[in-house]
Design a protein around this ligand. Structure first.
Ligand code: SF4
Length: 112
């Protein structure tokens, strides 16, 4: 899954639903059955849903009748099934780079 900033940058500035009732009819079939929604309790939640909550339509939501198909949906199979890891954000530094940075500050050599 793309990071929040990338999803926001490519989203439409139009609200995904005309009213709260449409949203409430769609969510039980999608986000409430999705492993990414469960990640709310692990890593803060689904960035696609966060963008939608800001009144924007993510490109991951493809128009389907009077609702959407979410291209990132993964069936939630319960707490024993790991949630897919998000794709790394290329704008963020790597852990290796961070370790090198601290090692340089401390004048240490670290074998990674
Ligand atoms: S990936 Fe799609 S269906 Fe799943 S929680 Fe996010 S927005 Fe909802």
């Amino acid at each position: 899954m793309r990071p929040y900033d990338a999803i926001l940058a490519t989203s439409s500035d139009r609200p995904p639903f005309p009213n709260g009732s449409s949203h409430e009819r769609w969510v039980p079939s999608w986000c409430e059955r999705c492993g990414h929604d469960r990640s709310l309790y692990i890593d803060g939640g689904c960035p696609i849903a966060f963008v939608a909550c800001e009144g924007r339509t993510p490109t991951e939501w493809v128009r389907d009748g009077d609702g959407y198909t979410c291209t990132e949906f993964v069936e939630d199979r319960g707490w024993d099934t790991p949630v897919p890891e998000p794709e790394p954000d290329p704008a963020q530094g790597s852990l290796d780079g961070l370790i090198d940075l601290y090692a340089a500050d401390l004048k240490l050599e670290v074998a990674v």
